[in-house]
Design a protein. Structure first.
Length: 481
């Protein structure tokens, strides 16, 4: 037998793809396979925006394979069962795939290995395909993972990354292996109107353009909400349409402070993957419990609904939530502000916010989404867990003229700064004519409630109304989004 199977998961590309390179070594025939597993839907990982983006990625991957004489085989069913069926149909003796870090990915890998070994087929799992540095490759003395980012970054930054691989020139697929029709983006209901196109071709084009035009100014501009100067690579990294290893190499080649700041954000992505790999339960449980008694009941449900709909009465928060609904993506600074407002000003459980983000984010990733939410909520790896971001101060810093708010909250488009950030200060007919709600809570009241809830839980200092040293949240992103 001289046939391999490559199981694509979160690595939907041909460039820099170690499993594919290994599978085609020695001129072997290969079956490029993607399995649409209903278990993904049952686990809550499927969402309209990600399904639509996935359809783009699969179509692009199939087109790239066909240019090289191959094709993508798509099957539907249990992953282990479908891979085993393809192995038998193709007469394959080995399967290659990328290593994952979530409990779901690891369980899938274990089931697949058992099924293949029972049939006499070998499974090869490749590291450094989804992340730049594999989870567990570096660890502090006495622990299986880093719990603080800065020492992790110091070690990560000196790791010698593998050299990116070129895409194969030819892919020979054996005859007789049948597949389902490719999914189509147009068949997915509930997709955000402004969702970006997916696929490796699009991702590589965008990365090249951003590195050449904007990366060098990234350090100064990444928090400019209206300027929209982030890379927007997070969806392509989440689906593996762009390689994290290659992105780090290409950014470092620019040798600028801005590009290095971008690399630091790619490190944040790896950091969260290594935390989740070591502590898979943190997808749903507090990494560091704070004895929180999150609000429940009718008033809490009303506040959650207002937050989801972008109707909290705080324009910057609402602008961020409306961008999420429209694009399936949110600026990194908006994610941080919206998450802080939910968990600390409204004092609602971070899991409710994380679930809403996963329902809409095209880059919704368990490691980055859940652990970034925990970071903001103060139950994760943040060394200053009680910081509370004041959305008004954030607006003055990162949307000083109100352009971001006016873009996403059209009810306020006629207002200039600073009124656009504090519309409740308007009076008379000006306020009456505006279809925009009053704030759901006063910021001082929210801060006092949070302070009382966290009082005595052992922190070195009480909650503050704002913090200038916070890092930007990038749920599932290339760092800054």
């Amino acid at each position: 037998m001289n046939v391999s199977v490559v199981l694509f998961t979160s690595d939907l590309r041909l460039h820099d793809h170690p499993p594919l390179r290994a599978a085609t070594a020695g001129g072997r025939e290969v079956v490029p396979l993607f399995v649409r597993d209903p278990a993904v839907d049952r686990a809550g990982f499927a969402a309209p925006n990600r399904l639509a983006f996935l359809a783009d990625c699969l179509a692009d991957l199939d087109a790239a394979l066909r240019e090289r004489g191959g094709r993508l085989v798509v099957r539907t069913g249990d992953t282990a069962a479908e891979v085993l069926a393809v192995v038998r149909e193709a007469g394959a003796d080995e399967v290659h795939m990328a290593a994952g870090c979530s409990a779901f990915a690891r369980a899938r890998e274990d089931r697949l290995r058992r099924a293949l070994e029972a049939d006499g087929c070998r499974l090869f799992v490749h590291d450094a395909v989804i992340t730049a540095v594999p989870p567990g490759e570096i660890s502090p003395q006495g622990s299986d993972h880093f719990a603080v980012f800065t020492p992790y970054f110091r070690r990560w930054n000196v790791v010698r990354l593998r050299t990116p691989l070129t895409a194969p020139r030819a892919v020979r697929v054996p005859n007789g292996v049948k597949g389902d029709a490719l999914p189509e983006r147009s068949a997915v209901d509930g997709v955000s109107e402004g969702l970006a196109p997916g696929g490796e071709s699009e991702g590589r084009k965008r990365l090249t353009a951003w590195l050449s035009r904007h990366a060098d100014a990234y350090e100064e501009r990444h928090d400019d909400l209206a300027g929209d100067a982030t890379s927007r690579m997070s969806p392509y990294l989440h689906f593996g349409a762009v390689s994290a290893v290659e992105a780090v190499h290409r950014a470092r080649a620019r040798d600028s402070a801005g590009a290095e700041a971008f690399v630091r954000q790619l490190c944040w992505r790896d950091f969260h993957h290594q935390v989740l790999a070591a502590r898979p339960e943190t997808a749903t449980e507090d990494y560091r419990p704070r004895r929180d008694r999150w609000r429940r009941g009718r008033d809490a449900e009303a506040d959650l609904r207002a937050w989801k709909e972008g109707r909290t009465g705080y324009p910057l928060v609402d602008a961020a939530m409306r961008q999420l609904a429209h694009e399936g993506w949110m600026h990194n600074r908006g994610r941080l502000i919206a998450a802080s407002f939910l968990t600390k000003t409204l004092y609602l459980d971070w899991r409710q916010g994380a679930r809403h983000f996963l329902d809409l984010l095209v880059d919704g990733d368990i490691a980055n989404n859940q652990l970034n939410w925990q970071w903001v909520a103060g139950t994760g790896t943040d060394t200053r867990p009680n910081r509370v971001l004041n959305p008004l101060l954030q607006a003055r810093r990162y949307d000083p003229d109100g352009a971001y708010v006016r873009r996403w909250v059209p009810e306020l488009a006629g207002l200039a700064a600073p009124e656009v950030h504090e519309p409740w200060r308007l009076t008379g007919l000006d306020r009456a004519a505006m279809d925009y709600p009053d704030p759901v809570i006063g910021l001082a009241d929210g801060l006092a409630r949070f302070r009382a809830a966290r009082e005595g839980e052992g922190e070195e200092r009480p909650p503050t109304a704002d913090d200038t040293t916070e890092r930007a949240m990038a749920a599932g992103s290339a760092g800054r989004g």
